[in-house]
Write a protein that binds this ligand. Structure first.
Ligand code: OMP
Length: 275
């Protein structure tokens, strides 16, 4: 998928929402336990209820891997369900991978060949040869962790040398490996004040911004500091949407929560003259 195709979807839906499918089997409504694949049944209803409000879905691998083989099966069914029914939607494997070259090669194959994801989150710590294997797939994206939303982000990511912080170095140096058609960066919504600086060094790239909703980041601040001329933002909310309700009407509640975010996004896009 090209960045222009993502932007077309943003304009059509007036949204840059990514719904995080952090579908914790212990948190989904218990009546779904009667079905053969409860997490898939949950995901399917959430997707059907939100697909016109979201431009991307992001299953977080931990919630699937923790269920063993059946979790992988659920993940694959979820990706295929989105791809077949809603082909415009961008699908992110939140896997936070990265290893020596030959291993990264096989991680790339797992997410881009064996499964049909559009993007995978990758940790930059092991450097260029650990990231490059993911960049050889045309139309697919590496989403490199730059400035994360969690408290521990301050342990390493702000460390500075010659006035340049580590997350800035990650963004600058990695632009020699790929471009805005195969790389994006993660920037936490809880670090929204940094987005202005980040836009100076990555004006064109899409940024995946998790941390609104349950983690308390401000969508308005993210948008005002981070939108570029082709939107350039995918803002993720997981628990705040998928667990908005826990009864028979959980999907309708998720839709209401997504609608609330989408209508704020529509206002922010129009304020930025992007619609
Ligand atoms: O890579 C990510 O998506 C990610 C990076 C980051 O810095 N912070 C962060 O919260 N995430 C992910 O984004 C999702 C946030 O979920 P909620 O806090 O429930 O909206 C989780 O799947 C996290 O793993």
């Amino acid at each position: 998928m090209t960045s222009q195709e993502i932007f077309e979807q943003v304009k059509k839906k007036k949204s840059f929402l990514c719904v995080g499918l952090d579908s914790d089997v212990n948190k989904i409504p218990h009546f779904l336990y009667d079905t053969s694949d409860p997490v898939f049944a949950f995901n399917k209803e959430i997707i059907d209820a939100t697909h016109d409000l979201a431009v991307a879905y992001k299953p977080n691998l931990a919630f699937y891997e923790s269920m063993g083989v059946s979790g992988w099966n659920t993940l694959e069914k979820t990706v295929n369900y989105i791809r077949y029914n809603y082909p415009d939607i961008f699908i992110i494997a939140d896997a936070k991978r990265g290893d020596i070259g030959n291993t990264s090669n096989l991680y790339a194959r797992a997410f881009f060949d064996a499964m049909d994801f559009d993007a995978v989150t990758v940790a930059p710590y092991m450097g260029e040869d650990s990231v490059k294997p993911f960049l050889t797939y045309v139309g697919k994206y590496v989403i490199l962790l730059a400035l994360t939303s969690n408290k521990g982000a301050s342990d390493f990511q702000y460390m500075a040398e010659d006035g340049e912080r580590l997350f800035e170095k990650v963004i600058k140096n990695s632009q020699e490996w790929g471009d805005s058609e195969n790389m994006m960066y993660v920037v936490g919504a809880t670090k929204a004040e940094m987005l202005k600086d980040i836009r100076k060094i990555a004006p064109k790239h899409f940024l995946l911004v998790p941390g609104v909703g349950a983690q308390g980041g401000s969508l308005a601040e993210v948008a005002r500091n981070g939108l570029n001329s082709k939107c350039g933002l995918l803002v993720n909310s997981s628990r705040g949407i998928i667990f908005a309700g826990n009864g028979e009407d959980f999907a309708a509640k998720a839709r209401e929560a997504a609608q609330e975010v989408q209508s704020e996004m529509a206002g922010l896009l129009s304020e930025a003259n992007l619609l």
